[in-house]
Design a binder for this molecule. Structure first.
Ligand SMILES: [Zn+2]
Length: 264
């Protein structure tokens, strides 16, 4: 199929780098370490909880890794990426029926070249120091990293990765210079790849609370057309986020609560 959006869930839970295995194998291996932490967090539920998420958007401008094509995102690429990600401020509340709100998106352009990435072109542990520094300074609930790529995708036609990093969600999405987050013209909602990868984090959180939460990729099982049909994702995302699936096997509403303890 042309223009298929394909991605896998992937790496970086507490510094763990997942191997390039099949989709669910990678996802499941990555999900385990997060579960214990999630339970502990849920037990500490307090009035500091909110459903207004802070997003840290990191745009890595240059890739200069040995043995790989060097890639530099142009200013117009960066401007476009920021404008597309900004759309989640409206679409996530709409799709979730206000269960999840975006409080803030703080964008940083990282000019320092990436000199090391995974074999598939995704970010590796060389960026964790930067993440840790930023997570110390601010309270972010979701990290979105834009990764320069020579082909608008990682290896294996993967466009994005969704997982967690420490207490936050962690999404990586590839961007080729001159590329566009657009899919099938007007029927697409271009930020769908970002919503999708954020949903993988919510999926992990929900499975920790409610083990019978179905997979984000289970759309066809519930009568929704294939999840790779970009413009059809929205209805499925809405049913999944609002827990409107038969049997109540969508996301547990508690996944939207994030903690604002310590004044952050
Ligand atoms: Zn996915």
């Amino acid at each position: 199929m042309k223009n298929t959006w394909k991605e896998r869930a992937g790496p970086a839970v507490g510094g763990i780098t997942a191997l390039l295995l099949g989709v669910m194998a990678v996802y499941c291996s990555a999900a385990q370490p997060a579960r214990a932490g999630e339970r502990a967090k849920n037990e500490k539920a307090s009035s500091a909880e909110t459903n207004r998420w802070n997003v840290l958007l990191l745009i890595f401008k240059r890739l200069q890794a040995p043995g790989r094509p060097h890639v530099t995102l142009h200013d117009r690429d960066i401007k476009h990426a920021i404008s597309v990600v900004d759309r989640i401020k409206r679409s996530i509340p709409a799709i979730s029926n206000q269960l999840m709100l975006i409080n803030n998106i703080e964008a940083h352009v990282i000019d320092k070249p990436l000199t090391s990435v995974n074999a598939d072109g995704s970010l590796n542990s060389s960026v964790y120091g930067l993440y840790d520094e930023l997570l110390r300074k601010g309270r972010y609930d979701q990290i979105i990293a834009i990764v320069p790529s020579a082909s608008f995708r990682f290896a294996d036609n993967v466009l994005g990765l969704g997982s967690s990093y420490r207490h936050a969600g962690y999404a990586q999405v590839a961007l080729q210079p001159g590329g566009r987050y657009e899919h099938r013209g007007r029927k697409a909602f271009p930020e769908s790849i970002f919503v999708h990868e954020i949903l993988h984090y919510l999926e992990m959180r929900s499975k920790a609370i409610k083990p019978n939460t179905v997979d984000l990729h289970d759309a066809p099982r519930f009568g929704y057309p294939g999840w790779n049909e970009g413009y059809l994702w929205r209805d499925w995302f809405a049913a999944y986020m609002q827990n409107k699936l038969e049997g109540g096997v969508g996301l547990d509403p508690r996944v939207y609560k994030v903690n604002r303890a310590q004044g952050k």
